[in-house]
Design a protein. Structure first.
Length: 306
């Protein structure tokens, strides 16, 4: 027969196991509640905003927009805005007034949607090249919202909204990283930024897939010229000496390999020839070992990939 002492020890052990199980269940429940509350807190801040009321630094949830064709997406009248401290799909970085641009006729009227698209594409690219902290944003797509029609124009709504989209965007405060703040760029990083600005601007000018072959070819010509100018800056600008002339020269050599492919795309006779040449240029662009080494020297974070 077990002794009284055996039963005391057995019951104590059983009680300890029961307490541990209950604690685990309660802890898991509380943890799950905390996570749910945190997630609910982030998404509770989502609000629907009229496109022409978006402001720089607004962070947007654009999942539903990407289900639309590019022109339908760009003409959306409302966008979901959320906290920049939580998950988001893009960041607004500029507003472009259309008055005094090619979107306005000489009499002050509406020049048409094609003109608005062109002004939006080129204007947002220019703004991005000037304001983006990271000069080699290969995996960002520059988006524009231009819900401007003849009717809206008559009501005085004549503004294009520029935003950058990419999966895996940094949240505000994460490692002090922000896409559009320059206050923490040192001399080396600023020299790098300036050297790559032509390439950054040209890549941001890429037209959407609904544009004509003629527009695509014009963009390929712009890309060729931008690569050539960037290569020249990397090889000969004095500022490049700050992070090593060898690193700049290596990077210039890598970028220069794109030139023949962009030239072929600019001269393509049909859509298939253009697509092949464009694919070759992108393939050359993705060979980024030297770029990664240059970024490491400059203490820039890795390129965000989609």
């Amino acid at each position: 027969m077990p002794t009284p002492r055996f039963w005391r020890v057995w019951w104590r052990g059983l009680a300890a196991v029961v307490v541990m199980i209950v604690a685990a269940i309660v802890g898991g429940t509380l943890s799950g509640a905390d996570e749910a509350e945190e997630a609910e807190g982030v998404y509770a801040q989502v609000r629907l905003v009229l496109a022409d009321q978006l402001r720089p630094r607004d962070c947007v949830l654009a999942g539903s927009l990407f289900d639309l064709a590019p022109r339908e997406r760009a003409a959306a009248e409302k966008v979901s805005v959320t906290s920049c401290w939580g998950p988001h799909d893009g960041v607004v970085f500029g507003r472009l007034p259309l008055a005094g641009t090619a979107a306005e006729t000489s009499e002050g009227g509406f020049a048409g949607p094609a003109k608005v698209r062109e002004v939006a594409r080129l204007g947002c690219a220019e703004r991005f090249a000037e304001e983006a902290q990271d000069p080699y944003s290969h995996d960002f797509t520059i988006q524009a919202l231009y819900p401007v029609t003849g009717t809206e124009w008559g009501k005085g709504r004549r503004t294009v909204v520029c935003w950058a989209s990419a999966k895996g965007l940094f949240q505000e405060g994460e490692d002090g990283m922000s896409l559009f703040d320059h206050h923490n760029l040192d001399e080396q990083q600023e020299a790098f930024h300036q050297a790559l600005k032509p390439l950054t601007r040209a890549r941001a000018e890429r037209p959407d897939e609904e544009e004509s072959l003629r527009t695509e070819r014009r963009w390929a010509t712009s890309m060729k010229r931008a690569v050539e100018e960037t290569v020249h800056r990397l090889r000969f600008d004095d500022g490049m000496g700050h992070f090593g002339t060898a690193a700049a020269a290596d990077l210039a050599d890598v970028l220069a390999t794109q030139v023949p492919a962009w030239d072929a795309a600019a001269k393509a006779k049909d859509a298939d020839a253009y697509s092949d040449a464009w694919g070759e240029a992108e393939l050359e662009h993705s060979f980024g070992t030297e770029m990664a080494e240059a970024r490491q020297v400059l203490l820039l974070p890795p390129v965000i990939t989609e």
